[in-house]
Design a protein around this ligand. Structure first.
Ligand SMILES: [Zn+2]
Length: 160
């Protein structure tokens, strides 16, 4: 288990809508971006260009976009709360490549948010933590503005 605990990602309804819109805008390419804020609370969304050569099943965040986002967040005393991307043909679960990217880049602090567009009319959004040794654990998403907790279906055994 990683040290980040099992707290939910706190996400305003507006940002949830913006993320889904971004995913649908880019479909069938994968979209990617950052949720910025403090601790477990996202307050802003930044679209990041996907610069991977295989846009429909991989993502790679434009390093210049990320540096700019980092500078901007620093200036506001904020941090990257989550990295999001879409899966246009597969379920909203981190792929082996996603896990490898996270551990190799040392991006294990932020949540990982997946937007699955397998059913185009019913996007599924789920959040995870990926630990340094590649362990994936699903986290609840607490959507602010609609009350209560919500998230995608949780596969058995994923969350204790
Ligand atoms: Zn992925």
């Amino acid at each position: 288990m990683d040290a980040t605990g099992n707290e939910p990602l706190k996400l305003p309804k507006q940002l949830l809508a913006e993320m889904i819109t971004h995913a649908l805008d880019k479909d069938p390419e994968e979209c990617c971006g950052l949720l910025v804020g403090r601790g477990d609370s996202a307050t802003r969304l930044r679209r990041i260009r996907n610069v991977h050569e295989s846009l429909s099943n991989r993502f790679s965040m434009d390093p210049l976009d990320v540096i700019e986002a980092e500078r901007d967040a620093d200036g506001r005393g904020e941090e990257f709360v989550a990295i999001y991307h879409s899966h246009t043909y597969s379920q909203g679960y981190p792929s082996d490549t996603d896990v490898r990217n996270a551990t190799e880049n040392g991006w294990t602090d932020p949540f990982y948010v997946l937007i699955s567009l397998v059913e185009k009319t019913r996007p599924v959004v789920r959040a995870y933590r990926i630990s340094g040794d590649g362990e994936v654990a699903e986290r609840f998403i607490r959507v602010l503005g609609v009350g209560g907790y919500t998230s995608g279906t949780t596969p058995p055994g994923l969350v204790e």
